[in-house]
Design a protein around this ligand. Structure first.
Ligand SMILES: [Zn+2]
Length: 427
């Protein structure tokens, strides 16, 4: 979708080139996109062009010089973000296609996303991720399986805790979606087309990934992206590359441990947590919380209460411009025989730390090399978890500060708090 006008980029484009042709490190955004697609075997490209579209044709021609085959659709009048889809079907060769907006820079493992789309039998899959300003972003609300329930506009009053889950502008759509778009009609992709699919109960999914994809529609964002390209940050985030993660315990590490935390009001971040996660976010490591929450099995609260606490955690962090790449929790507990317990969760499992189910699941989901990753926590259970999973380990002297003494283990690092741990790891 390369028809954007790009008024915010006028300082670079001087209104002589269309926005998708704005150079990032000497190469048009659109060419970065074509390169990423071609490297992964996507060579049939359809460009929807509009304002100054002839400049795009002049640059790419039929695509042969760029290793792809390009066809053009020209919008004579602007048709919104989805109106042009009505013109696609005669040009499509497969049963689905990637839809990419012309102002995003990305490096994504496309096969992994397509695998997700097929596994879910989705009609539409949206690439979603946390960003550094969820408070003024449109949010995508998904259920546990990733199915999109609704969109939450940034103009809504948000007086509740929410997931930091934002639409990145990158989709897989089934070709049947195009047939729902009337000809020569302005249609908004999210507000009209996708919303109507969701209202009908169609399978619309959010594909959650930590890979790099950013709207580079302003001069400042282009400069930032150029630095991130130069440092190799963008390419390293692609899930075809082995990732490194810092796994974080929750209570006593990220948030204050005031006894058991099973109600949202009890949740309070450790003072250093925001700065620690900010450093992880720019380091290239993934920030992933892995926490045992036997409070569910013990009948102190429900799964929904734990999820509410996690939405509070995400909201608080998001307000400060930092985010977690994932949050995993184990609601189980093996010992039966307490009066209030919830028998569904009173089972032995593979996810309760120091067992390594949560770390293994994340390693599979994000292609993580555990031997180059870290486990950080305030108990010997966390240290033992890291040892079991083959990560390096750091004990923090907040929360229990290792006084649980359940396991006789020695961590690689002993640190004052989470920020100290992150500083030492990144050193
Ligand atoms: Zn479990």
């Amino acid at each position: 979708m390369a028809g954007g006008k790009g008024t915010r980029l006028r300082a670079i484009t001087d209104d002589e080139i269309p926005k998708p042709m704005a150079p990032v490190a000497g190469k048009p955004i659109l060419e970065w996109q074509v390169d990423c697609l071609r490297r992964q075997g996507i060579t049939d490209v359809i460009m929807v062009i509009g304002h100054l579209g002839h400049k795009i044709r002049e640059h790419f021609g039929n695509g042969a010089d760029f290793g792809v085959s390009i066809q053009y659709i020209e919008e004579t009048a602007p048709l919104g973000t989805a109106g042009a889809l009505s013109m696609l079907p005669p040009l499509l060769t497969g049963d689905n296609f990637f839809l990419v907006f012309g102002d995003v820079l990305f490096d994504i493992d496309l096969a992994r996303m397509e695998q997700f789309h097929r596994k879910k039998s989705a009609i539409a899959t949206l690439f979603v991720h946390p960003n550094v300003h969820p408070f003024d972003s449109d949010l995508v609300v998904c259920d546990e399986s990733g199915r999109v329930e609704k969109f939450d506009s940034k103009h809504n009053v948000r007086d509740y805790w929410y997931h930091n889950c934002v639409n990145a502008g990158f989709y897989i759509l089934d070709r049947s979606v195009c047939e729902r778009v009337p000809e020569n009609t302005k249609v908004d992709l999210e507000k009209e087309l996708l919303s109507s699919l969701i209202d009908e109960g169609q399978a619309v999914y959010g594909y959650h990934s930590p890979e790099y994809i950013k709207d580079v529609g302003t001069v400042e964002r282009i400069q930032k992206a150029e630095n991130e390209l130069a440092s190799g940050f963008i390419g390293r985030r692609c899930l075809s590359q082995k990732q490194r993660a810092i796994f974080l315990d929750r209570d006593g590490t990220l948030n204050r441990k005031n006894g058991l935390v099973y109600q949202e009001e009890q949740f309070e971040l450790e003072l250093c947590a925001v700065e620690a996660i900010r450093k992880i976010n720019v380091s290239g490591y993934l920030a992933i919380v892995v926490t045992n929450q036997p409070v569910v099995a013990r009948g102190l609260c429900e799964i929904e209460d734990v999820e509410l606490i996690h939405r509070k955690m995400e909201t608080l962090l998001g307000r400060e411009g930092v985010y977690l790449d994932d949050i995993r929790f184990c609601p189980h507990h093996p010992d039966k025989g307490y009066p209030e317990e919830n028998p569904v969760y009173k089972i032995p499992c593979h996810c309760r730390k120091p067992d390594i189910g949560m770390l293994e699941d994340c390693a599979a989901a994000y292609n993580i090399d555990l031997s180059r990753s870290w486990m950080v926590g305030d108990t010997t259970v966390d240290v033992q978890t890291g040892k079991n999973a083959g990560t390096k380990t750091a004990l923090v002297l907040t929360g229990d500060a290792g006084t649980d003494k359940k396991y006789d283990v020695i961590p690689e690092l002993v640190c004052k708090d989470l920020l100290d741990a992150v500083d030492q790891i990144l050193k």
